[in-house]
Design a binder for this molecule. Structure first.
Ligand code: SF4
Length: 119
């Protein structure tokens, strides 16, 4: 396995620690610069399986825009494709916060859920 070093800013909280994550030839990850364990977890994830929460909007049948997000973070490389997949979605109203708009988006196991009520 190839050694990888990646520097990043932790986005878990507003402090924004500068992190350096190293994955050695055996796959072991070490993280420096983090002020708390959440930063180490974030940097490890960024190095091995980066994920993001997608937030977006979809149309409703009455023309209102409905804000939505993924129920769980999805692989970073699928965020753009997931956003494209939402472009053609038209939602029936009424909609309530937490309603599933698209189940298992792109087979990620994460649902697209409403973050707004529309009567
Ligand atoms: S390492 Fe901890 S303290 Fe630093 S930005 Fe990340 S979450 Fe915040």
């Amino acid at each position: 396995m190839e050694k990888i070093t990646k520097t990043m800013t932790c986005i878990v909280c507003p402090i924004g620690c500068s992190l350096t994550a190293v994955r050695d030839e055996n796959g072991n990850v070490t993280v420096k610069g983090n002020s708390c364990p959440r930063g180490a977890k974030y940097a490890t994830s960024e190095l091995t399986n980066p994920v993001r929460t997608l937030t977006s909007v979809v149309r409703t049948e009455n023309g209102d825009m409905l804000s939505v997000k993924t129920s769980e973070p999805i692989p970073k490389e699928l965020v753009r494709e997931a956003a494209k997949a939402l472009a053609g979605v038209v939602v029936k109203t009424p909609v309530h916060i937490g309603d599933v708009i698209v189940k298992d988006i792109l087979g990620t196991g994460s649902d697209i859920v409403a973050t707004k009520n529309i009567p």
